[in-house]
Design a protein. Structure first.
Length: 337
């Protein structure tokens, strides 16, 4: 059994690939090392996967937004399932470079759908985002809620991905699961995300930019809990039985929220980082930024009921685990400079 994992050099992609390898599967990973954040970190993730997987891990550097390059890279490669986690991430960056989102998140999604269709993939699991809910004020967010008022281009591209996937499920009966991720953090995380940025600032004595004067809440979800949900989804493709699935579709396509189901106050997160680092944070209190939302809160009843998904990691456990990894990673990076 071989799984194609896009975004294998990314945060979630690397962890999903590692979990697949750990249970004995073969993995083909693809990524194009975009410089949105540290390329060195991305290369380190791939090096870790190669060390773990040996000849069961094959990697191709390719841009899946380029259909011809994708086809050429995967010519002759055999795989039966796809986990499509590659994307151009980030709400704020979409204000600066919108075309990158159209290329990766729109054209790239179509390319992966075409690949899955023509290769006869048994299941395509793809990444969506909690950002699709926009400025909804009724909590928690449910997959049945309307998601037609995005407040960032990033969110709009992710909602478009869901709709395009439904079209392919309808026309070609392609089994698919879309996962709306909620603020993922943990070892090997992204430097542009709050937990890494705040930890780095605290450890180096820099002030933390805290938006909406700290009055924000996020459904912070530890990476191990996310991976458990991704693999459970992959292992149980939706049936083409005409029954209504999570998200409201009757095709072999469903949508799940995948989060911690426990929104945390931003200031509580900062407190956990301070305790883990043994240092006090300096705070630069700012107004809310364009494209941000006050709170995210995942209703996970659909994925819990269908697949038994049950996140177990609170920030009091996850944050120290991240800080421990961060300190070791930075020490290795400094030694290599």
């Amino acid at each position: 059994m071989t799984v194609l994992v896009t975004g294998a050099a990314g945060f979630i992609g690397m962890h999903v690939a590692a979990a697949l390898l750990a249970r004995g599967e073969r993995v083909i990973g693809i990524d194009n090392f975009t410089p949105y954040y540290s390329v060195a970190l991305k290369h380190a993730r791939i090096a870790a996967l190669r060390a773990q997987g040996g000849d069961r891990f094959v990697f191709h550097e390719v841009d899946f937004g380029d259909a011809d390059a994708l086809d050429a890279a995967l010519a002759g490669a055999e795989f039966d399932r796809i986990v499509h986690l590659g994307a151009q991430p980030g709400v704020r960056y979409s204000l600066e470079n919108p075309r990158a989102y159209v290329h990766s998140n729109i054209a790239g999604q179509v390319n992966m759908l075409e690949l899955a269709r023509h290769r006869g993939a048994a299941h395509l699991v793809y990444a969506s985002s909690s950002s699709v809910y926009g400025l909804r004020k009724d909590m928690p967010f449910r997959v049945e809620d309307r998601a037609d008022t995005p407040i960032s281009l990033y969110a709009a591209t992710k909602r478009a991905d869901e709709l395009m996937s439904e079209t392919y499920a309808h026309l070609f009966r392609l089994p698919q699961t879309g996962l709306r991720f909620f603020t993922v953090y943990g070892p090997w995380g992204r430097p542009d995300m709050a937990v890494w940025k705040f930890t780095d600032a605290v450890m180096n004595g820099r002030p933390i930019d805290v938006y909406n004067h700290g009055d924000m809440r996020r459904d912070f979800t530890y990476i191990d809990d996310i991976v458990a949900g991704v693999l459970a989804s992959l292992d149980h493709p939706p049936a083409d039985d005409g029954m209504v699935k999570a998200g409201g579709f009757t095709t072999p396509h469903r949508l799940y929220n995948i989060g911690n189901n426990r929104p945390e106050a931003l200031m509580d997160l900062i407190g956990e980082i301070e305790r883990a680092c043994g240092r006090t944070a300096k705070l630069n209190l700012l107004s809310m930024q364009d494209g941000d939302v006050y709170e995210t809160y995942a209703d996970i009843s659909a994925i819990a009921g269908d697949l038994g998904y049950a996140p177990t990691t609170p920030i009091a456990v996850g944050v120290p685990a991240f800080v421990d990894w961060y300190q070791r990673y930075e020490a290795c990076s400094d030694a290599g400079r």
